[in-house]
Write a protein that binds this ligand. Structure first.
Ligand SMILES: [Fe+2]
Length: 286
């Protein structure tokens, strides 16, 4: 069934709200959604969107990658943006369209979805900050290597299927503190992979109509199914996620000076003294 571009249904079924409430913000959970078949999320609409977006908001490369790969080793696919989408069935590619909320129709979709869960989010982590939306398009069997993202994220599967293997956030065996510090300092999202990590991951299979809450900095990798996959990702930050980033950045500086590091707790937004110290240092340009 096609949903017209100017109609936005209730995005999350009532039954999934309780699941979200129990899991947020620290655990992943499978949810449902009603956006499959929406006119703004067809391949044709997304190809037109990709051509409207500035170049720096579209990232794409070959999709036949190993789970662990260094960013500088990621190969280009040799095609233009529009050709990549038009031939995504068989060009072996992975693509992300970033900040699509800058486009009016997609902004409405993002706002509608987030408004439905805002009260549940605010009760746990305060007001939603810095809301953004992304589209992931990938060819059959492509892989998104092991990485983490800085936002609270719900991934809505629109077309095709994929399996995300998601790992718990905050496990220093998976992401050592130095890696968190350089991540918040602007280094690439990809993480060092070790096959021994696999035992800590949970596989979540997603088909159209499924959604997945992915906690802030929960490491994950994604294996596409046998057809083209399109996913819509809606994200936000919170005082907690911002504070956690600040404290890791503070620790990067303290480590450079060989000073004792700040211990980052479950509620970094309440670590007022350390955050004040971080802000003073930033003002001083340290
Ligand atoms: Fe991700």
């Amino acid at each position: 069934m096609t949903i017209q571009a100017d109609i936005i249904p209730q995005v999350f079924p009532d039954t999934t709200r309780a699941l979200f409430e129990q899991a947020y913000p620290d655990a992943h959970v499978r949810l449902g959604h009603n956006l499959s078949g929406h006119a703004l999320l067809t391949r044709e609409a997304l190809a037109a969107l990709a051509e409207r977006l500035p170049n720096d908001r579209v990232e794409y490369n070959r999709g036949d990658l190993p789970i662990g790969i260094r960013p500088e080793d990621t190969p280009a696919n040799g095609l233009s943006v529009s050709d990549t989408i038009r031939s995504i069935d068989d060009n072996g590619s992975w693509m992300v369209l970033k900040n699509i909320e800058r486009d009016h129709g997609y902004r409405s979709l993002l706002e509608s979805a987030l408004t439905e869960i805002a009260p549940l989010v605010e009760a746990q982590t305060g007001p939603m900050l810095h809301m953004e939306a992304f589209i992931f398009l990938s060819s059959p069997n492509s892989v998104t290597p092991f990485h983490m993202d800085p936002e609270h994220n719900i991934l809505l599967q629109i077309e095709g299927e994929k399996t995300m293997t998601v790992f718990p956030p905050g496990d220093e065996a998976l992401v050592p503190p130095r890696q968190s510090e350089s991540f918040h300092g602007g280094s690439h999202r990809n993480l060092a992979w070790n096959d021994a990590f696999l035992a800590k991951g949970t596989k979540v299979h997603l088909t159209p109509g499924d959604a997945l809450l992915v906690p802030v900095k929960a490491p994950h990798f994604v294996q596409n199914g046998p057809s083209v996959s399109i996913s819509f990702s809606i994200t936000w930050r919170s005082k907690r996620s911002v504070a956690e980033g600040e404290l890791h950045s503070l620790n990067a500086t303290l480590r450079r000076w060989s000073l004792p590091l700040v211990s980052i707790g479950k509620a970094p937004e309440r670590q007022a003294l350390a955050r004040l110290f971080y802000r003073i240092m930033r003002k001083l340009g340290v």
